[in-house]
Design a protein around this ligand. Structure first.
Ligand code: ADP
Ligand code: MG
Length: 307
């Protein structure tokens, strides 16, 4: 659990984090979402003590971060950033091994861990371990950056717009990897982005940040359904909010039980957005719905999607 308790920070006289309180439960995938300059990176950097703060307390696993020596703290907290921060003159394996070596792991264990992480990030160890960062694509560099952040198996992973510079296809692939790894390992992740689509795809819980304050905290569905202010409503999509909601809700939520329809059935876990796409493609306004085992559950209509 990470607790940010009434924390404030100013640069000179400008307050950039303003009496912020936030608790991130163990195992959450928390996304800090807000416009550029609202203080997201500063918040992450206060957690791992790259940035000092003026007031309040931050606790990680119950421990006040200011009572842990910064280098010890940073070995326990994975950190991945947009510009990867890979050391250009070090091979992939040496980059990934940075923290394990600082921790004095035996060679054999470091080697095995590098191999395991390359596989986890779907980089073939034989092909990649001896390459230098400049020999990799942007997406591969980010994979190595994520592997390095995970190297010493930290309980907490801080990610600062790690995929911001990638093309949409690579970005989608890496979002999928991070989500899979988080679900497998149950690590707590705090992920910064200004991209609502990315936030909705990843978050179990979203914190919306507005000028260094918490504007809203909740699940993606909470926030889209009940934006707490005009700022939040505008930021999470304005007029497009309905489309985001379609992507989050499932056919199961709008099902007409026991009714029937013709055509290839939709699994009940299909998003309403995909259901809409299927109806448009097949030129129909009604489709049957089945459960994961293919048993009929009912039907859904075009009207149900937008109700
Ligand atoms: P975000 O990550 O949400 O874009 P940041 O946390 O990077 O926002 O920055 C918050 C505010 O603090 C911005 O106005 C930024 O200009 C300012 N800021 C960030 N770092 C520094 C610094 N080292 N010195 C002075 N001002 C800074
Ligand atoms: Mg930032």
């Amino acid at each position: 659990m990470i607790e940010i308790d009434r924390v404030s920070k100013a640069y000179d006289t400008r307050v950039v984090v303003d009496d912020l309180s936030l608790s991130v439960p163990e195992g959450a995938f928390c996304v800090l979402l807000g416009p550029s300059g609202c203080g997201k990176s500063t918040i992450l950097r206060m957690i791992n003590r790259l940035a000092p703060f003026d007031a309040g307390v931050i606790r990680v696993g119950g421990e006040d971060v200011r009572e842990v020596p910064p280098e010890i703290l940073r070995r326990r907290i994975g950190y991945a950033i947009q510009a990867t921060g890979l050391f250009p003159h070090w091979r992939v394996e040496d980059n990934i091994a940075t923290v394990p070596r600082l921790l004095g792991w035996p060679r054999r264990r470091v080697r095995d861990r590098v191999e395991e992480l390359l596989q986890l990030l779907r980089l073939d160890p034989e092909t990649y371990r001896r390459k230098y960062p400049h020999q990799l694509s942007g997406g591969e560099q980010q994979r190595v950056g994520v592997a390095r952040a995970l190297a010493a198996d930290p309980d907490l992973l801080l990610m600062d717009e790690p995929f911001g510079a990638l093309d949409p296809v690579t970005r989608l692939a890496l979002q999928g990897e991070v989500l899979r790894i988080q679900q497998q390992t149950k690590k707590t992740v705090i992920f910064v982005t200004h991209d609502i689509e990315e936030a909705l795809r990843l978050a179990s819980v979203i914190a919306i940040v507005e000028r260094g304050r918490l504007a809203q905290w909740g699940t993606p569905l909470d926030i889209l359904e009940n934006p707490a202010s005009a700022f939040v409503a505008e930021f999470v999509g304005g007029e497009g909010i309905g489309l985001h909601l379609l992507a989050l809700r499932k056919v199961a939520d709008r099902l007409r039980p026991d009714e029937t329809a013709d055509g290839e059935p939709l699994p009940s876990e299909t998003s309403l957005r995909d259901a809409l796409a299927a109806m448009t493609r097949r030129r129909t306004d009604r489709l049957p719905v089945v459960d994961a085992a293919g048993r009929p559950l009912g039907a859904i209509t075009l009207g149900d999607l937008v109700r």
